[in-house]
Write a protein that binds this ligand. Sequence first.
Ligand code: ASN
Length: 335
Amino acid sequence: LRWCTTKHIPVTKMTKQETIQIPKPLEQLTASEIERKACIGKIMTYTLRSLTNTYINKGFQWLLPVALSQSTDPLWPDPGASIEKRIEVDIYGKPVRTMSSMIIHKLVAASTAYPKLFILSPNIRIEKGERAKTGKHIYEFTQLDFEMADSGSKDVFALVEDAICTLVKDLKKDMKSELTTLCRCDTLKAPKAPFKIYDRADLEAKYGAEGWEAGIAKDITEPVWVTNIPREFYDYEDFKTGKWDNYDLFMPQFGEVLSGAKREYEYKKIVEKIERDQVKKENYALIIKMAKEGRLKPTAGAGIGMERLVGWIAGVKHIAECQPFPRVPGNVNEL
Ligand code: ASN
């Protein structure tokens, strides 16, 4: 998942932001706010159970996350990235970073002992404080991050469409009272697969380079895929056509809740892209070595932003409402 909504647009120029309140910590909530928080919490639990069941039933292994590592997602080049600070500390005489995503771990794990895997992975991205009121950014979030060996985009689309359609259909049946409290009983529609696929280049032509994400989210009534988004070296790029075999999932009236790709696995392409993007090669020595030895498999996967997915379901104004302990950019609470 990448935090790339409303890139390049200064906060002051973004409409609707004024109405967004910064979610309060638990101890400051009123009785009705506690009721709302509890409903969102129940929807989060339901969503976690439904999605993890779907993945387990399809033969995925559930891996536990890591928090510190020498190698993590460069989150670069990504036009939407707004990282204020990267956290690096020395342990045992070696530099480690807090995880910005487990993409590198996924590539290694899926190529070796875990051909189908998922992780509920905590990601730390110290977003600029000016993103406090976008409603879509938090400085710690959790992805349901998954990867599958010998797979491509179509496999990911089918898996995610099944997982989301099952989730919303069951939720509407089992969580009526919570959805009613959140005023989502009527407006939350159970999606129908297959979801439409748009090319980012066509959306840019229609809505402009800066407005396509907001534009498509506003105009759709069903979830849609957007493909061909230039970004980090590990997403597959066809050097002949210049097209990227990657994707984001957009929800109606909300925006992006998932991003992923078919991956690069060939040594020459990986090195060429890392050099082109001026990413530090030494941080990716292991996957470069594995690729050189032919040990990196063609995989595909994605990460579902849990706070965003539940935020869309619950109809929140700010996704930190889905966190028991809100992580709003620029706002540090005691808990
Ligand atoms: N989880 C994403 C993926 O699988 C990567 C990211 O979050 N930057 O592509």
